[in-house]
Design a protein around this ligand. Structure first.
Ligand SMILES: [Cu+2]
Length: 134
């Protein structure tokens, strides 16, 4: 009898785990709005510019007039997340592309993390692109 109860309990536990993993997959569902780097390499001369494209992936359309309200540049890709450098938004050189002036302080990979609002979309759009400073 004991062993049957144990099996039953194990089945319940695995069912709960299965539901939990489905839920966590849902909460990590990918936003349809995706940032991608147009620039992949930047220089160390203090005049580096990073262009980032924002696309609504299901339609493939460039997203214009996004309001980028938060930026962060750090070296998290090279395990130096505490090392940050200045970022200055420079507007949009073409529809759906957003430009940032950055000043990396060290060679290596830098993550530019952006938070944006798009008209008609409730959720905040966030994304990270990685560029390499040489
Ligand atoms: Cu560093």
């Amino acid at each position: 009898m004991h062993s049957f109860q144990a099996i039953g309990r194990a089945a319940v536990v695995s069912a709960v785990l299965a539901v939990a993993s489905v839920l966590s997959a849902c909460s990590q569902a990918k936003s349809p709005y995706v940032f991608s780097a147009v620039t992949s390499e930047i220089t160390m001369d203090g005049e580096a510019v990073v262009d980032v494209r924002l696309v609504h992936e299901p339609t493939g359309k460039a997203v214009e007039n996004a309001v980028i309200f938060e930026t962060r540049l750090d070296m998290s890709p090279d395990a130096m997340g505490a090392m940050t450098a200045p970022v200055e938004a420079q507007g949009s050189p073409e529809p759906g592309v957003y430009r940032f002036k950055v000043a990396p302080t060290m060679e290596g990979r830098w993550a530019l993390t952006l938070s944006a609002k798009v008209q008609g979309v409730d959720e905040t759009i966030t994304g990270t692109v990685v560029v390499t400073a040489r």
